[in-house]
Design a binder for this molecule. Structure first.
Ligand SMILES: *Cc1c(COP(=O)(O)O)cnc(C)c1O
Length: 405
């Protein structure tokens, strides 16, 4: 019987050697059932059925490819994984239940007792807690370094160092790490470089092309883009990703098919959104710099940023997150935040809605005063994730904050 789908040589496979980023973000990894649906199907099922006992045995035995159980594989999750692998330029991607699950799964599956990690001191707060409170129990030790100082990365290496871990640009101060230089340092030591690419996304920065071995995302942020779901993903070579997959399949930190579907749809607009977030953030950073009451603006798109040249080299734009110091102390920062009326007060970022937070008492609140001082998380610092509302309206809301200083 003729299958109408095969009358036209419609392209279903989209690979990164043939297609550009914006096309891949919309089409890579797409799938279609015999119903001919145009949007991706969603597979909310825990398990899969077999046509016979023989087939069930062959699937479980690994002699036959196919789905068994959604903790192992699920078609909606695999579509998201294929698209992320194409966008980051990796051989394989494995999705996880959250960004933190992506970091945990990568560390647990690729490190063992006695191994050492060199980590940027300016990574996500829960990443530091994960290393210090939990991975330390398994005998994995960590040294934190100033992420902008290449020599500090080199000096922190030990014979047992197996992984270097960083986030660039950092949150909330937009400190950059030279991915190419630190990749070289990692590889001289036979260690893996892992980059948390949450702030730039592959639309602005592709760490694997710059020498990183593994890229990690909190899909919760820009990959979703509309603040709907929590999830994560790990991208890299087959060799390491097989280990990560093995842990997730056994440890259960898998992504739900519904969330995977939301992320896959979110990726369709990633390229446009990141360009728009970056353009608005640059405009607002320049504007904030000129306002009375603002001491300093931290954004790598500003020519005054100490690593502006590096930002131009390793990113195609500067992203949607900036931070600024207001004149005064914690009370002034809180007055500023409380005087805004539209911008959401929330710790999340990477949303089409602009969000504002006071890092020293929220996202970075658990750090000791000494650690905050060393990392530059001052009491008068405010972080803004610039959304896609009109720039003029965002500025009018920030003016309410300025007037309250
Ligand atoms: C949010 C975030 C994470 C953690 O992701 P979850 O999805 O919340 O688990 C990790 N790294 C960075 C840079 C983040 O912003």
């Amino acid at each position: 019987m003729a299958d109408s789908r095969f009358e036209r040589p419609e392209r279903i496979q989209f690979t990164d050697d043939e297609f550009e980023f914006s096309t891949l973000a919309i089409r890579a990894g797409q799938q279609r059932t015999n119903e001919g649906e145009h949007s991706d199907p969603i597979y909310p099922t825990s398990s899969f059925v077999y046509s016979s006992a023989r087939e069930a045995a062959a699937r479980f035995g690994g002699e036959e490819e196919g789905n068994i159980y959604s903790r192992f594989t699920n078609p909606s999750v695999m579509a998201f994984e294929r698209r992320m692998a194409a966008l980051e330029g990796g051989e394989r991607a494995v999705a996880t239940s959250s960004g933190m699950a992506a970091i945990l799964s990568t560390c647990i599956s690729l490190l063992q007792q006695g191994d050492h990690v060199v980590c940027s001191r300016s990574v996500f707060g829960s990443t530091i807690s994960l290393f210090d409170k939990y991975l330390s129990r398994t005998g994995i030790s960590v040294t934190y370094v100033n992420p902008t100082d290449n020599q500090a990365w080199r000096d922190a290496l030990q014979p047992e160092t197996k992984m270097l871990f960083l986030e660039t640009p950092s949150n909330p101060l937009a400190e950059l790490t030279d991915i190419e230089a630190v990749a070289e340092i990692a590889h001289e030591a036979d260690a893996l470089l892992v980059v948390d690419n949450c702030f730039c996304t592959p639309a602005l920065q592709r760490p694997l092309q710059q020498g990183a071995d593994i890229v990690i995302h909190s899909a919760t942020k820009y990959l979703d883009g509309q603040g709907r779901c929590v999830g994560g993903v790990v991208v890299g070579r087959n060799k390491e990703l097989e280990e990560v997959f093995g842990f997730i399949r056994t440890g259960g930190a898998c992504l739900s098919p519904f969330n995977a579907w939301v992320f896959t749809k979110g990726l369709e607009t990633l390229d446009l959104r990141m360009k728009a977030h970056s353009a608005s953030a640059l405009e607002i950073a320049q504007w904030l710099q000129r306002q009375k009451g603002i001491d300093k603006v931290h954004y790598s798109g500003l020519p005054q940023h100490p690593q502006h040249q590096l930002a131009k080299k390793q990113q195609t734009a500067f992203g949607g997150v900036l931070s600024f110091e207001v004149q005064g102390d914690k009370e002034a920062a809180w007055r500023f935040i409380d005087a805004t009326q539209m911008i959401s007060i929330t710790g999340n970022l990477g949303d089409v809605k602009s969000t504002i937070t006071h890092p020293a008492t929220t996202t970075h609140g658990r750090m000791t005063e000494a650690a905050k001082a060393e990392a530059g998380i001052k009491a008068n610092l405010i972080r803004l994730s610039v959304g896609l509302e009109s720039v003029a309206d965002i500025q009018r809301d920030l003016e309410l904050g300025l007037a309250a200083l």
